[in-house]
Design a protein around this ligand. Structure first.
Ligand code: CIR
Length: 263
């Protein structure tokens, strides 16, 4: 595995949005996503990842699972291995089994969690040596224990975090910028969970920008956060903005729409 494996990737796997996305889970109803606009934004997302030099595997939409476009929650790809997770929301349980054969086409080793714990990929942040796992409404202690036991065999240290209560997923509020640096909301950073890393805090008025992804040489942020863009560029990052208005209506952001890995 090469250097900077936490943000340099040969591949990403994405799933097209389904028409049933209008039934997607959300904490607050601010209106249904527009299917056609979601598809357009998703196409731009896929194209932008591809432009970094990666190959993108695009799966067909799955109507049975409204939230399946948020593919990150059903698996974790790490150290050349795919780990099928067990999402914490009942309407999403079946996404993992549906994804498994797709992962088997790509990975030599696909493993499942050993027990009945729950864990959403949105609660997992991978750095060069550590795997942060945030307990949340979707990820429980048993899920942590099961995933921790697997990633430790892959040479990573598992770190348990208590995600502040009103945050859906750990990565709703943070993203990796490079091997030493994490971008985070101040509410999450102030818990001290990123000790040992450099932290760049999201401006309080742009807290939703915290769900960014570093994918190869580009940091992708959602459009509409000019201060975040300025701060990241000042730190020397190449920043590209992507429209995520429709995903946001069902609590989705940039990280959840891809599995990022190297094979
Ligand atoms: C859900 O509530 O499960 C979806 N509507 C949104 C999932 C977003 N996933 C993520 O940020 N990892």
């Amino acid at each position: 595995m090469g250097k900077n494996k936490s943000y340099q990737f040969s591949h990403a796997m994405c799933r097209k949005p389904s028409r049933s996305i209008t039934k997607g889970l959300r904490a607050l109803n601010i209106g249904d996503p527009d299917y056609d606009l979601f598809c357009q934004q998703h196409r731009h997302y896929v194209a932008a990842l591809r432009e970094t030099g990666a190959s993108i595997i695009e799966l067909e939409a799955s109507e049975s699972y409204p939230d399946s476009v948020f593919i990150e929650d059903a698996a974790l790809c790490i150290a050349g291995v795919a780990i099928v997770l067990r999402p914490g929301a009942p309407s999403r349980f079946g996404e993992a089994a549906q994804l498994m054969p797709e992962l088997q086409k790509v990975f030599q080793k696909v493993i499942t969690l050993p027990g009945q714990g729950h864990i959403d990929g949105g609660d997992v942040l991978v750095t060069e040596t550590e795997v942060f796992i945030g307990l949340s409404a979707r990820t429980n202690q048993q899920g942590f224990d099961e995933l921790a036991s697997i990633v430790e065999t892959l040479g990573y240290k598992a770190k348990q975090i208590h995600t502040p209560e009103d945050i859906l997923h750990f990565k709703t509020d943070c993203g990796l910028l490079d091997e030493a640096t994490i971008f985070s909301s101040s509410r999450l950073a102030s818990t001290g969970c990123f000790e040992g890393y450099n932290v760049i805090e999201a401006p309080d008025k742009e807290i939703a920008a915290a769900n960014l992804i570093r994918f190869n040489d580009t940091v992708f942020i959602s459009t509409g956060y000019p201060e975040t863009k300025r701060i990241l560029e000042e730190h020397g990052y190449t920043v590209s903005c992507l429209e995520t208005s429709e995903a946001a209506k069902v609590d989705g952001g940039l990280s959840c729409m891809s599995l990022r890995f190297t094979i």
